[in-house]
Design a protein. Structure first.
Length: 470
């Protein structure tokens, strides 16, 4: 089987070329090729094959009727997606008239009043609060369930079109995705082994092409699809973007003193569909290794040399967080797509059981899961709630978003979503498919509560420090 990229998992990523000189913040700010952007945690880097961000690519051009482009929702500084702060900044600067704010999917309802500033603030409340886009999908036919009740605070959703509020996924690090869109609706074929590099590339290219076409027709409201050459240019651009945190305000450069983070190392990360699969499906025959993240191994023995040694303290926290990610015991229960498919009521795992792609952090196979983020218990008053009834058993479940089930019509798929890539995750809060977690601390708190892990405050802080360094 051919392999994508060249660095061996579990091996030291010996790339001296990118481990050389620490760059000062002043030099970073003057980056001529626009690869570096500043965020709350430090500096984020995006690398491309030619070392430039090609702003002439149709990714940045409005191809529809409403002024939007792909870049309207996929912003480099936010890890090629959106953050709440970015949304609010653009609303304030434009009075809610920036192309991002369009009733078709930016508003709580396509019929929302946008005639005044106050009305636009109400209409785009979900964007302003959770940085989510409204996806309108009809109930699937046939389906193993029916929609028996709708509680939509905006008075629009029905069986003909459910309002599903979802985060725009990052348009970067796409060479490693194993499902396109949260519910996989643009996935051309299942990302399951055996799938060699050529097939993986072909399936990914077809999936991203379909996604780009549908986004231009839908989100940009184009009257007709762009030509194949335009779509090919968009896909070629976004599929070669590689993004990761490059520098941390406290820890400094994340690729020095033996550390292996940063986008320039990430772009050479070895990957194939099924690599390090936690259920034993790695086509290379290798056993699952829970130590899926090995970026900061060489920082494990760092300790502050004196009270004011803040850099060493920050690096030690990041390294501790990585070790927690790989080894903190988690009794995984009640996760549809995992516990039910394996027949195991309890799986003794770690964070890397699901985030198993080495040094990347997503599923290495297509494996949408239900971890409860769409459950009625997590609903906030601004989110629609749907009551679904099983047509065979009469069982009832309430969900803010049926997820994969909207495509398959299967009862077992209600609430399932793909796990996103974790690299660059600190740049684009909020989190989960619906933006329900405002910060990475909220994400860690959710998992701690959901699986009764019992993390200490220090462990939570360390895990967050690690995630911000990705």
């Amino acid at each position: 089987m051919s392999r994508m990229h060249s660095i061996g998992f579990g091996a030291r990523l010996g790339l001296a070329v990118v481990l050389a000189v620490a760059v000062t913040d002043a030099c970073l700010a003057q980056s001529a090729n626009r690869q570096l952007t500043h965020n709350a945690n430090g500096w984020l880097r995006t690398v491309t094959p030619n070392g430039e961000i090609d702003s002439s690519n149709p990714f940045f051009q409005s191809l529809g009727s409403n002024g939007r482009s792909c870049a309207s929702c996929h912003r480099q500084a936010e890890g090629w997606t959106l953050s709440v702060n970015e949304v609010r900044r653009r609303f304030a600067a434009s009075g809610g008239r920036d192309p991002l704010f369009r009733p078709v999917d930016g508003a709580v309802s396509p019929l929302a009043d946008v005639s005044s500033l106050a009305a636009r603030r109400r209409a785009y409340a979900m964007l302003l609060t959770h940085a989510v886009i409204r996806i309108g999908l009809p109930m699937p036919v046939p389906a193993e369930f029916t929609l028996t009740a709708v509680d939509d605070p905006y008075g629009y959703a029905s069986a003909s079109e459910l309002s599903l509020f979802r985060r725009p996924l990052p348009a970067t690090n796409l060479m490693w995705v194993t499902g396109v869109m949260w519910d996989g609706r643009e996935t051309f074929a299942p990302f399951q082994p055996p799938m060699d590099a050529a097939i993986h590339h072909a399936v990914l290219d077809a999936s991203l092409t379909a996604q780009a076409r549908d986004a231009i027709l839908g989100h940009e409201q184009a009257g007709s699809a762009p030509d194949d050459a335009t779509l090919a240019r968009i896909v070629a651009f976004e599929s070669h973007l590689v993004t990761a945190q490059d520098r941390d305000h406290g820890a400094g450069a994340l690729y020095t003193d033996g550390a292996m983070a940063g986008a320039r190392i990430l772009q050479q990360q070895r990957f194939w569909v099924g690599i390090n699969d936690s259920l034993g499906g790695d086509p290379a025959g290798a056993a699952f290794d829970a130590a899926a993240m090995r970026l900061f191994d060489d920082w494990r023995h760092i300790t502050p040399r004196h009270r004011g040694d803040t850099q060493s303290a920050a690096r030690a926290a990041i390294s501790r967080g990585e070790q927690l990610f790989d080894s903190l015991p988690i009794d995984i229960t009640g996760v549809a797509g995992l516990n039910d498919t394996t027949g195991k009521a309890v799986i003794h795992g770690t964070c890397s059981t699901c985030h198993n792609a080495p040094n990347i952090g997503n599923h290495s196979v297509g494996a949408p899961l239900d971890i409860g983020t769409a459950d009625a218990a997590q609903r906030t008053p601004d989110m629609p709630l749907y009551t679904l009834t099983n047509t065979s058993t009469g069982e009832v479940v309430q969900s803010t978003d049926p997820g994969l089930a909207m495509l398959t019509g299967k009862w077992a798929d209600i609430g399932k979503f793909k796990g996103p890539i974790l690299r660059g995750v600190g740049a684009h809060p909020p989190y989960f498919h619906n933006g329900m977690a405002a910060t990475l601390h909220d994400v860690v708190d959710y998992y701690d509560s959901r699986f009764n892990i019992g993390m200490s405050g220090q462990q939570k802080d360390d895990l967050v420090a690690f995630l911000k360094a990705l």
